[in-house]
Ligand binder design. Structure first.
Ligand SMILES: NC(=O)c1ccc[n+]([C@@H]2O[C@H](COP(=O)([O-])OP(=O)(O)OC[C@H]3O[C@@H](n4cnc5c(N)ncnc54)[C@H](O)[C@@H]3O)[C@@H](O)[C@H]2O)c1
Ligand SMILES: [Zn+2]
Ligand SMILES: [Zn+2]
Length: 378
């Protein structure tokens, strides 16, 4: 029996409050309104930004919420006026939008979109509207999505139709971490052939940045992490060196300067730590180094000396790897199917929705790169 036009009752992992495990609950998912699609989530993964909102941020707004923003699914039904999608389409939702009509979407200089939820109330890490309720309470959809649920409703400007040949339990990772790191190297830093690079933080985002540096032709890629377990994995994606700051008494930027005749051409911070952001900047060559902030935190200001920039360094930030969301996701799925980018190699665990707290713990303890959570196994 068709579920179109009806409320769907399904299972979701609800984060009722910060700093607590999420709870599998039955939630109600309303039918899609105009311009929206309702999606059955097949697979999702935990990104550090979910963890940040649940456990780390000092801002405790935005609860209760259904976390999850790195997912893939199948369109169940569409709201009035939706022509781009049909029931049965394979899709990847994204936390940034691409309406194709606003001045940002029309400019090649940004991947921001004026219709993004972040432009309304960023501090709750969700849009102001939600189609989720549970026990009579409205539940936020984290980053406008909420993929830790069997069904979700998302505006069509935050959804991309993908090649039906793509396996959702793999390419769901292109919804955030891989595009973010890869694009930060290729699109934002614009890494050049024969250059030297340093990538700080070797989660999925940093490893994807390593992969991007290699794809761009970098000759030396120094991977930096305080967790020695990440060294082997970094080589898989193209790192030529691994440096653990804990193994050195000197500041890490001095170690890197010593290895590279003064500093790297490109550095990328993929941790979300303001001290590391400064180290990454200082690790880049004073004369022309480009340093990109990819990691996320809103807890502290970041300090530098003007002299760090004045001689020629450039400091940039990057959201979703600078990719315009729909174009970027479609392109990266194609690149995966053509074996031009790695995705499977990021997956270290596979689990079911009711094990989602395990997936969160694995990431918290640095024991996974990405754990795939099979929300609605096909
Ligand atoms: N800009 C964006 O669009 C965007 C998108 C996704 C994620 N993020 C952010 O990117 C960051 C990384 O996400 P992830 O999912 O890869 O996280 P992760 O937790 O899997 O990886 C972080 C890595 O940093 C390492 N690390 C911690 N402290 C360090 C230090 N002092 N020096 C060197 N390495 C250190 C950890 O050992 C770990 O390997 C997070 O801050 C996340 O919120 C940003
Ligand atoms: Zn993410
Ligand atoms: Zn737009």
């Amino acid at each position: 029996m068709s579920t179109a036009g009806k409320v769907i009752k399904c299972r979701a992992a609800v984060a009722w409050e910060p700093d607590q495990p999420v709870v599998i609950e039955e939630i109600e998912v309303a039918p899609p309104l105009a311009s929206e699609v309702r999606i059955q989530i097949v697979a999702t993964s935990v990104c550090h930004t979910d963890l940040y909102h649940l456990l780390e941020s000092m801002n405790k707004e935005g609860f209760p919420t259904v976390l999850g923003h790195e997912g893939g699914g199948i369109v169940e039904s569409v709201g009035p006026g939706v022509t781009e999608f049909q029931p049965g389409d394979k899709v990847i939702p994204h936390f940034i939008t691409q309406c194709r009509e606003c001045r940002f979407c029309k400019s090649p200089r940004t991947n921001q979109c004026e219709k993004a939820w972040t432009r309304v109330r960023q501090e709750i890490m969700a849009g102001v509207e939600s189609r989720f309720t549970c026990k009579g309470k409205r539940i936020h959809q984290f980053m406008g999505l909420g993929t830790f649920s069997e069904y979700t409703v998302i505006n069509q400007i935050a959804v991309t139709k993908i090649d039906p040949a793509a396996p959702l339990d793999k390419v769901c990772l292109l919804g955030c971490g891989i595009c973010t790191g890869y694009g930060a190297a290729v699109n934002t830093a614009k890494v050049e052939p024969d250059s030297t690079c340093a990538v700080f933080g070797l989660g999925a985002v940093g490893l994807a940045a390593v992969m991007g540096c290699k794809a761009a032709g970098a000759k030396r890629i120094i991977a930096v992490d305080v967790n020695p377990d990440k060294a082997e994995k970094a080589k898989v994606f193209g790192a030529t060196d691994f440096v653990n700051p804990k193994d050195h008494s000197k500041p890490i930027h001095e170690v890197i300067a010593g290895m590279t005749n003064g500093g790297v051409d490109f550095s990328l911070e993929c941790v979300g730590n303001v001290e590391v952001m400064r180290s990454a900047l200082e690790s880049s060559l004073e004369a022309w180094g480009v340093s990109v902030i990819v990691g996320w935190t809103d807890m502290y200001d970041v300090a530098i000396r003007p002299g760090h920039l004045i001689c020629g360094r450039t400091w940039k930030g990057s959201v979703f790897g600078g990719f315009k969301a729909k174009d970027g996701v479609a392109g990266m799925v194609k690149a995966y199917l053509e074996k031009k980018v790695k995705v499977d190699e990021f997956i270290t665990h596979n689990m079911a929705l009711d094990q989602i707290n395990e997936a969160i713990e694995l990431m918290k303890n640095g024991k996974c790169i990405r754990a795939i959570v099979n929300v609605s196994p096909q």
